[in-house]
Design a protein around this ligand. Structure first.
Ligand code: NAP
Length: 747
């Protein structure tokens, strides 16, 4: 694809090999350069470049080659750059920008500083992270930089206009341009590129020098070939890199030696926990890395093998066709709250805890990863099965880096409590949306227990916890009904001297208390008071996570509002602190029955059957509000399809969820033509006809799924933007809804 005006009038490329030749080919193909000139030590290379149509002119005199050029790219081996720069410098015109493609930045910058004089401020160090095992001009490839990254390492004295121009050029070649310091570049590349090349060269060399190497290579299978592919790279170039980035490579090698020594010791000692620890950590870290690289979310990459078609795309849009009905049986993913806690308590228990039905969503995986980072061996999840090798209450290890909680408020708040009494310092971070959510509500009472916790401006993450504090049990009257704050304090109470007790103004989820009891840890309950005494022991157990009632809510509402629907939801958790949504929908006239009620690991479960019903508006009873707090987006859709007004008060908590759920739902419903009134602590919704519209989920999974089911009663398609976060709580939502009859397309 070529453009009208070239970005540079005359471009000189010094060193016309793979990197330089590909640069020329890409510039030419896209019409980004007027005239292309090469400077090279060998006449043969120049002739080849001319013959291939890559360049218009060539010269072995580098000063002559760069004369009149407004951009110069240096792409010789790094060790030859100083000599090349010294040779070309006399030919540079005042306005020429010089950049390079060298794989090491520190030594190239030092060479440029020594040779370019005043022109050094026009030197923009760069490194395209693209390449092949073949070298030389014949390997030039116009597509080499497309969808690859280019790192620029400008210095304080680098002319920002020159950096901008180089950035613009690489962007025009289809690359993603990043900036970092040269030191950071050299360290990161030493660890991620130079070290693996060193290991590949070394492994092949070591085996090749064995007595009968032909014998070894004859039986070397795919693993050997995969691992050593990069040992086919150009030895000259790699010789250079190891020389020029000496210190960073040595540091990376030292780090690796520590790792491999640990691996060796684990094998020698037959330490199977340590071995599983190394490999499960590596395995998930690699999945995470592949996900980042594919620019999809963590869960999407993990599920890419078994979820269909477009649902794996990055940040999908849902398009829902109007009408339809829901019919069939649907196993909803595991309860998120219980999944989080199964990992936390399993990790702190003595012995091995087996978990089934674990929710493989982003949030619960963030908790799982955090405990891996603190040295806990966790196998899985495989089809919802997780094995947690508990380390005991005092067995967590200091993580080597901040613990990343992704989008999960539950992980961050509960872990703040659980980690307040550890011996080590730890920092908890989250994504952009979590970083805006209030954390002082847990930090403040924990400080009263003696914890040392710092939050950022406005009481938001990151949360920095200083270890080695002595916690003292205390009593706290919760100012707001919050299961997360209650749980954080009870978890901190496991580490406190004496008793820690909490009273709540209204009942909230009691999964923490139930599960503590399930792990053999006594919890004292008296009316609204819950208390634990520090210094006990958790004993490993077997847990079957029930299907999540919050996720089931979308089906309860969907099947209620769509005519001729009948859906069975097996093994759903019906913990009385969570069933507010069933009570509210029943008050509105929904036809929901609980069949086969039973107990599963301390949690009550049932099979839920829901059939279409004509709903009517109600005043939502205050005592049900905290018991249905996460389900209101779905309930609002029910209200919009009910006859008359539904009024909600006392739900200000909704404003600080993953989004401001009152405002965001109000905006979307208004766009669908629903009559409503917003209050500070709630909403009035008048039921009526839903039209079609394009609505925004604000990266909130429950908002996205609520508008998806609204399609069942809409008169025109509903388009919902930014639905990637649906995977946080309901992986497979789109496929499941389609299988029941919703006309949902993922784009
Ligand atoms: P290449 O294909 O071997 O090309 C190197 C070019 O530099 C050739 O034109 C060669 O000239 C010239 N050259 C070699 N030694 C020289 C010397 N002593 N004095 C002057 N010119 C010399 O190498 P490449 O893969 O393009 O790599 C070029 C640069 O890009 C290196 O700094 C490398 O670190 C960096 N880089 C490489 C990759 C990769 O994967 N290959 C990726 C990113 C960055 P002749 O034609 O006369 O031999």
């Amino acid at each position: 694809m070529s453009r009208d005006a070239p970005l540079f009038r005359r471009v000189a490329i010094i060193g016309l090999g793979l990197i330089g030749g590909s640069f020329a080919a890409a510039l030419r193909e896209r019409g980004l350069a007027g005239t292309l000139v090469a400077g090279s030590r060998s006449a043969r290379t120049l002739e080849q470049g001319l013959a291939m149509g890559l360049i218009d002119e060539g010269s072995q005199d580098l000063a002559l080659a760069v004369r009149g050029a407004d951009l110069v790219l240096l792409s010789t081996p790094v060790s030859a750059m100083e000599r090349s720069l010294a040779a070309l410098a006399p030919g540079l015109s005042e306005r020429a920008i010089v950049t390079d493609g060298g794989s090491v930045k520190g030594s190239v910058i030092a060479a440029a500083r020594r040779t370019l004089g005043d022109h050094f401020s026009r030197f923009v160090p760069g490194h395209p992270i693209a390449g092949k095992e073949t070298s030389g001009v014949a390997a030039a490839d116009a597509g080499l930089y497309q969808d690859h990254r280019v790192i620029l390492t400008p210095l304080a004295q680098t002319d920002p206009a020159a950096t901008r121009a180089v950035r613009e050029l690489w962007t025009a070649l289809g690359s993603e341009v990043l900036e970092m310091t040269p030191e950071h570049h050299d360290r990161v590349l030493a660890e991620t590129s130079h070290l693996p090349h060193l290991l590949a060269f070394s492994l092949v060399d070591t085996l090749a020098r064995q007595g009968d190497s032909t014998e070894i290579f004859r039986y070397a299978a795919g693993g050997f070939r995969d691992f050593t592919r990069i040992a086919s790279s150009d030895p000259v170039m790699w010789h250079d890199i190891f020389q020029e980035n000496r210190q960073a490579v040595l540091d990376a090698l030292a780090l690796f030696r520590d790792g491999i020594d640990g691996f060796r010791d684990a094998i020698a000692a037959g330490d199977s926990d340590a071995l599983m620890g190394i490999m499960t950590r590596a395995n998930t870290a690699r999945a995470h890395f592949l996900a980042l690289n594919a620019r999809t979310s963590y869960t999407q990459a993990r599920h890419s093998d078994n979820e269909s078609s477009m649902s794996d795309q990055h940040d999908p849009t849902f398009v829902v066709q109007p009408g339809g009905r829901l019919r069939g049986r649907a196993r909803v993913p595991g309860d998120k709250s219980i999944s989080h806690r199964s990992i936390m308590l399993g990790a702190l228990a003595d012995g091995i805890t087996e978990v089934e039905g674990f929710l493989e969503g982003e949030d619960a995986l963030a908790t799982l990863q955090a405990f891996r980072d603190m040295g806990v061996v966790i196998e899985g999840p495989h089809n919802g099965k997780v094995t947690v090798h508990g380390v005991g209450l005092h067995g967590l290890k200091e993580p080597g880096k901040p613990l990343y909680m992704g989008n999960s408020g539950t992980s961050m708040r509960l872990l703040t409590g659980l980690l307040a009494g550890q011996a080590f310092d730890v920092t908890l971070t989250g994504d952009a949306s979590l970083s805006k959510r209030p954390m002082e509500r847990v930090a403040k009472p924990l400080r009263e227990m003696g914890a040392s916790i710092q939050t950022d401006d406005g009481g938001r993450p990151p949360v920095r916890i200083r270890g080695g504090q002595t916690l003292k049990g205390f009593h706290y009257d919760l100012p707001m009904a919050s299961a997360q704050v209650k749980s954080a304090l009870l978890l901190a109470g496991l580490y406190a001297q004496g008793e820690t007790s909490v009273t709540e103004p209204a009942p909230t989820r009691d999964h923490t208390e139930r599960m503590l009891a399930g792990f053999g840890y006594p919890v004292r309950s008296e009316g609204p008071l819950r208390a634990v005494t520090g210094g006990g022991v958790l004993r490993a157990c077997h847990l079957e996570v029930p299907a999540d009632i919050s996720s089931s809510a979308f089906l309860l509402v969907g099947a209620s509002i769509a005519a001729d629907s009948d859906v069975l939801l097996p093994h759903v958790g019906i913990n009385p602190t969570r069933t507010g949504v069933i009570d509210i929908l029943r008050l509105m006239g929904a036809d929901i029955t609980l069949e086969n009620q039973r107990d599963s690991g301390g949690e009550p479960v049932a099979d839920l059957r829901v059939r279409s019903a004509s709903l009517k508006g109600i005043e939502i009873p205050a005592e049900l509000v905290p018991l249905a707090i996460d389900e209101f987006p779905a309930i609002f859709v029910a209200a919009a399809c009910a006859e008359g007004d539904t009024v909600l008060h006392g739900a200000e908590e909704l404003r600080v969820k993953e989004s401001d759920r009152i405002q965001v739902m109000a905006d979307g419903l208004s766009a669908l033509g629903v009559d409503l009134e917003v209050f500070e602590d709630g909403i009035r919704i008048t039921g009526g006809v839903l039209g079609g519209a394009e609505v925004e989920s604000h990266d909130d999974h429950r908002i996205a799924m609520s508008f998806a089911i609204a399609g069942l009663r809409a008169t025109a398609p509903i388009t919902i933007r930014h639905c990637a976060t649906v995977a946080t709580s309901f992986p497979g939502f789109a496929d499941l809804m389609r299988s029941l009859g919703l006309g949902l397309e993922v784009q």
